[in-house]
Design a protein around this ligand. Structure first.
Ligand code: ATP
Length: 199
């Protein structure tokens, strides 16, 4: 029986929406992005290392790390992105592992869904027992990023091109969740896969 499920996919593919549906179906959802926010809180070890590496300019007015500023610094410089990943990935992984251990100790049969955009890039495949990849075609994603995130078409394409391709993700998937249609189609696809998981 699968109790630890990984959910990944490209930017704007619908990972968070699929994970929310999984939560409604009974999974305990761990969002790696939320964990990332936690480790960016002031005076944590990651916070200190990030400020030492990237300077005081990445400190926001509330003293958390300004992720937009940090993103702008690392996005165009691969070696800086690598330095940031080195600081954060291991800490996020340990935090998630701790949450998994806790939930397993208290509720051993509960399905835990780990939603992480970076699951494959960070080498976390072995953290989960099965991997679902949420996929939407490039045109659909560009449209969503323009509509929901106010990005230009060029910005959206640049973000997509900086990531792994859908084919690379699909090659590692146990289940592909297509999300080119309406929200109720996604709901249906997640429910079908959930039933298969529990059946
Ligand atoms: P990110 O990588 O930016 O975190 P994500 O993969 O988690 O994105 P979501 O946040 O789930 O993707 O979806 C991106 C946006 O597209 C959201 O505003 C969501 O409501 C919308 N969306 C997702 N799926 C659909 C759909 N099938 N129909 C319409 N809108 C959708």
């Amino acid at each position: 029986m699968v109790t630890i499920l990984g959910i990944t996919g490209g930017i704007g593919s619908g990972k968070s929406t699929a994970s929310k549906i999984l939560g409604e179906l009974g999974a305990f959802v761990i969002d790696a992005d939320v964990v990332g926010h936690k480790i960016y809180q002031p005076d944590t070890p990651a916070w200190r290392e990030i400020v030492e590496t990237f300077g005081d300019e990445v400190i926001a007015s509330d003293r958390t790390i300004d992720r937009t500023k940090l993103g702008a610094i690392v996005f165009s410089a691969p070696e800086k992105l690598e330095a940031l990943n080195k600081i954060t990935h291991g800490k996020i992984y340990s935090y998630i592992q701790g949450q998994i251990d806790y939930i397993r100790a208290h509720d051993p049969n509960r399905v835990i869904a780990v939603e992480a955009a970076i699951l494959l890039e960070a080498g976390w495949r072995s953290l989960v027992e099965a991997l679902w990849v949420v996929v939407a075609s490039e045109d659909v994603v560009i449209n969503r990023l323009q509509t929901y995130k106010n990005m230009s078409e060029d910005q959206a394409r640049a973000r997509i091109n900086a990531q792994m391709t859908n084919d690379e993700r699909i090659a590692q998937a146990d289940q592909v969740i297509w999300n080119n249609g309406e929200l109720h189609d996604l709901q249906q696809a997640v429910e079908t896969s959930w039933q298969r998981l529990n059946g």
